[in-house]
Write a protein that binds this ligand. Sequence first.
Ligand SMILES: *[C@@H]1O[C@H](CO)[C@@H](O)[C@H](O)[C@H]1NC(C)=O
Ligand SMILES: *[C@@H]1O[C@H](CO)[C@@H](O)[C@H](O)[C@H]1NC(C)=O
Ligand SMILES: *[C@@H]1O[C@H](CO)[C@@H](O)[C@H](O)[C@H]1NC(C)=O
Length: 387
Amino acid sequence: MITNFKTIFLLSLAFISVIALQPSYCVYNGEKPLQCASYQSLNQTNGTSLPKYTVNLDLSYEDRWRVIITNYKNALQGFESRIEQLPKAVALESQLPFYQDTNFLAELQAIASFAGVKFQTIQLISQMYESLDSIACTSIVARNSDGSIYHARNLDYDFVKYISPLLANIEFQRGGKTVFIADMIIGTAIVVTGIVPNGYSITINQRQDDGQAISYLKKQYIPACYLIYKILQTSTTYDDALNSLMNTKIAMPAYFIIAGLSGNQGTVLERDRESVHLQTTLSDSTWFICQTNYDRSQPDNPDDYRRIPCEQKMGKFNQNSWKPQDIFNILQQTPNFVITTITTDIMNPKTGYINSTRWYNPPYSTEQSTYQQILSISIIILMVFLN
Ligand SMILES: *[C@@H]1O[C@H](CO)[C@@H](O)[C@H](O)[C@H]1NC(C)=O
Ligand SMILES: *[C@@H]1O[C@H](CO)[C@@H](O)[C@H](O)[C@H]1NC(C)=O
Ligand SMILES: *[C@@H]1O[C@H](CO)[C@@H](O)[C@H](O)[C@H]1NC(C)=O
């Protein structure tokens, strides 16, 4: 009797741990999984659009940010307390400032004073691509049947719970006219998703982190996401923006994705710090490009299989009749929707359209999935010992 209970108990535990450890998304050949994603991914529907604000670039840094930052004080202070728990961040704070551009630091100083958050924290947040955990992401550029280019992205990042409340669509104006719109993390002077209406749109995806970024920031190579913020403020055309994205020295390798107004104006740049490693551009025969977090010269990473599934799904659409909602669907489904996906954006530079969705992830954080993994590993160890 006791043995039976023990057997049933162990079998149930084994079953639970197999479920818990199962990769979230696989591509099958018959019964045999060919490739599986180890990222926990899911289909998600619980999202809402972002709040919208206007920022006047004609004003001083203090005057342009005062109201917005003051209203987001609590969320920024929450993010600060989370960052303070990271030994890596605390160790880095004493080495600041890294990138010392006068405008960069002046804008961050203004933000820090209204947020009631340490200047060091605000600097780290705006250099998080280089100094904290990396962003993952999917970006897609695709030519529509009307000839215009759509540009879509998922932003995936570890601090979902803290960044999500800080997201907003901010329209930056000069002389009362729109200069650009960004899906921005309030409290930063960086952009990972932005659009210049009737110009172009830019997104960044994370490329391999070699651990050297801080030393390059100190050599005054620009933070990649600050470069985007600057380009959006100064470049009005696709060619001009592309030129800066190709030729500016950046502190950490990155994928820059840029879309323009029509034709073949859609490019993925695999950037090294000082040069372009590879450029992939739309052509008469290539109407879309999917980019995740790996070089295209390599096979899609079998442990993080997202680019090929994206390409397969896009490839099923008719290039003369697909709808923006089709791309949105890919991004809100497994495997491109991962549990750290914070926001999905769909943009069209020709019309200036930007649709940003903030997600409320059910598992909510990677902390929970790590916990699940530890649980299932403990169960397996327990089983070995009990046997
Ligand atoms: C996610 O949605 C896709 C498309 O509707 C569907 O094929 C798939 O089975 C769904 N997966 C899960 C885990 O619900
Ligand atoms: C735009 O965003 C809304 C809400 O966030 C979403 O329901 C809708 O599907 C999105 N549409 C497109 C075309 O991306
Ligand atoms: C959507 O997310 C919000 C915020 O986490 C939560 O309050 C709400 O219950 C969720 N709705 C559904 C249908 O899951």
